[in-house]
Design a protein around this ligand. Structure first.
Ligand code: UTP
Length: 294
């Protein structure tokens, strides 16, 4: 049975993006002209996901609104004859079946996933972090589900190589290469020190999980930072379940981090069909000024 449901957790505080994230969810900050979370939802849809489960929380209602019908706005655009913009707005609300659940307190990523238990039910499912953009063709999640459909069982984690000095920011895997881009995972450590890290292969925000993960999450004590950590639950489930790391083909941006967000804006800006040439000209102008100032 292939994977048709995806959970997108978006209930975190977003402290790395303060002050911007104080009253505006970081997941709605735009990469060029589209909120980060829309890129994530589009990846799920382009992969063939038929139900997206958003995990939202306090001060995050605007995320639900973004994917909902906006009656007044549509009426306004229709009456002004702005059919292109009307289509743009309507397309978002018609994208896919979106269900949302609330995480009453942001107690960690693992806890956010647990909030989706009833809606996911007894099926394997995908998780896409709402602030982790992967620019890839085919989409990163599609690549992972293709691997899953071959293996037919197990947990699959998207992984990428990171510089050793950055391992403390990620969940890091240890394991053996068993295919072109595939690793059989035998260790998983959340935010290790350089000395503790079993490799420099980091887990990024895409996961394929079996429903048994919910039972583990229900009995899991808080881990690093006092949060219910998804990585800890996966490591525990890995005692009885195979875990694979898949080194996806694509470029990843951590849009929940100021620098990652900026890099994504530059890269997607350069590729933007209308703005791309103007953005390129502007970047060249700035680069020239910087060179002259050296
Ligand atoms: P992050 O660790 O990037 O989110 O979680 P955060 O906690 O909001 O960020 P910082 O570290 O304070 O800046 C990855 C994703 O998981 C969600 C976040 O909203 C983000 O999209 N998340 C995190 C939850 O839904 N609930 C949580 O309790 C924690």
């Amino acid at each position: 049975m292939t994977i048709k449901k995806a959970v997108i957790p978006a209930a975190g505080f977003g402290t790395r993006f303060l002050p911007a994230s104080k009253a505006v969810p970081k997941e709605l900050l735009p990469i060029v002209d589209k909120p980060t979370i829309q890129y994530i939802a589009e990846e799920a849809i382009d992969t063939g996901i038929t139900q997206v489960i958003l995990v939202t929380g306090r001060e995050k209602g605007s995320i639900e609104d973004h994917f909902d019908i906006s009656f007044e706005l549509e009426h306004h655009l229709r009456s002004k004859g702005k059919s292109d913009l009307l289509k743009l707005v309507q397309d978002i609300s018609e994208m896919v079946q979106i269900v949302s659940v609330r995480q009453k307190m942001p107690l960690g990523l693992g806890h956010a996933i647990l909030c989706a238990k009833q809606i996911v039910g007894n099926h394997p499912f995908a998780v896409l972090l709402a602030d982790d953009i992967v620019d890839a063709d085919p989409p990163c999640l599609r690549q992972m589900i293709d691997v899953y459909n071959d293996l037919r069982k197990g947990i699959i984690l998207a992984i990428k190589e990171v510089p050793r000095r950055e391992v403390y920011q990620y969940g890091i895997i240890g394991g053996k290469k068993v295919g072109n881009r595939l690793y059989k995972v035998d260790a998983l450590v959340e935010k290790p020190s350089v000395e503790e890290a079993p490799s420099n292969l980091a887990v990024i925000g895409r996961y394929l999980l079996p429903p048994e993960i919910f039972d583990v999450l229900e009995s899991l004590p808080p881990g690093k930072g006092g949060e219910i950590q998804l990585t800890d639950a996966i490591a525990r489930l890995g005692e009885t379940y195979p875990i694979y790391g898949y080194r996806f083909d694509g470029e990843r941006y951590d849009a929940g981090d100021k620098m990652g967000f900026f890099a994504a804006n530059v890269r997607f800006g350069l590729k933007h069909p209308d703005l791309g040439p103007r953005i390129a000209a502007f970047i060249k102008e700035v680069a020239e000024e910087l060179r002259e100032a050296e």
